[in-house]
Design a binder for this molecule. Structure first.
Ligand code: AMP
Ligand code: MN
Ligand code: MN
Ligand code: MN
Length: 277
């Protein structure tokens, strides 16, 4: 197991723990370096930083930016960003901007299926009103007993092509990488094993990402199984990209890997934490 975790969420996006509790849990579970990477928002970093100092662990300022690339949603993690950077903040604000209208369209889709109350229901879980997302709707469906768990909520309602999925245009790949790099951060392609791309498309993505200034890909991730570790380790070596590891922790009850339980990176890779600015 490794004691770094470079991908996690708090209540500032779709995690269920406040930044202070997230950091406390990470410290308790043996994590010595944690990146908080909320979706499209850096509002939790100040509290996380204070908590990290209290617990004697290192906090890396992070963010996970939502991107649309050839119609496909991608997530780009920025590590070691400067949250006070004005261009980065304007970019994140613009990226968050479409979420309220998207949520309204999801609510309409739930109503069309005879599922009422999703507006208040989802909002109850969205502590950051600017950051309403599908996970908040998924939690509402679970508490209503419509589905047994979050995974089923995505499979039946919220995932791509399902009846309450609302297509959305996020930031461009170019913009997300340049906001991250421009603020002194390092851009990491999150959970590449999750995207429905064939090998040729994945290679095109990795080559474009690298040419735009992307520096690393997640090799170890909760979204990955061991066969992904090997496949993306090979991609990282081939494309000269560094490798990252993150649990993508959202909640004590929802994540596959808890904080502090990630396996080591495969050998022969450059760990991204050795090349952070
Ligand atoms: P959004 O940014 O609103 O589209 O929500 C994306 C978030 O939904 C991801 O960061 C995950 O937390 C969650 N998510 C997406 N797909 C799934 C899935 N199949 N199972 C569980 N959670 C998912
Ligand atoms: Mn999420
Ligand atoms: Mn993600
Ligand atoms: Mn994430």
């Amino acid at each position: 197991m490794i004691n770094l975790d470079l991908h996690s969420h708090s209540t500032f996006s779709d995690g269920t723990l406040m930044p202070e509790s997230l950091v406390a849990r990470a410290a308790q579970r043996g994590v010595t370096t944690l990146a908080l990477t909320d979706h499209d928002d850096t509002g939790g970093l100040a509290a996380a930083r204070a908590a990290a100092a209290e617990h004697g662990i290192r906090l890396i300022d992070g963010v996970e930016i939502s991107v649309t690339w050839h119609g496909q949603t991608l997530h780009i993690v920025g590590l070691g960003i400067d949250p006070s950077d004005a261009v980065l903040q304007a970019g994140l604000e613009a990226t968050r901007g479409g979420r309220a209208d998207r949520a309204e369209r999801m609510i309409a889709a739930f109503e069309a299926l005879g599922i009422a109350g999703s507006r208040d229901g989802a909002q109850q879980f969205a502590a950051n009103p600017q950051l309403i997302g599908r996970t908040h709707f998924a939690r509402f469906l679970v508490t209503q007993g419509v589905v047994k768990d979050i995974k089923t909520a995505f499979k039946r309602f919220l995932g791509g092509g399902q009846p309450c999925y609302v297509p959305h245009e996020w930031a461009t790949l170019d913009a997300a990488v340049s906001w991250i790099n421009g603020s002194g951060g390092t851009a990491v392609l999150a959970h590449p094993g999750r995207y429905p791309l064939d090998t040729a498309q994945m290679r095109a993505l990795l080559s474009e990402f690298r040419d735009l200034g992307g520096a690393a890909i997640e090799v170890v991730s909760s979204s990955h199984r061991p066969h992904h570790y090997a496949a993306f380790a090979a991609h990282a070596r081939q494309f000269g990209l560094a490798a990252s590891a993150g649990s993508d922790f959202h909640s004590p009850h929802e994540s596959y890997h808890d904080l502090g339980s990630l396996p080591e990176l495969p050998t022969g890779l450059t760990p991204v934490w050795e090349v952070l600015n």
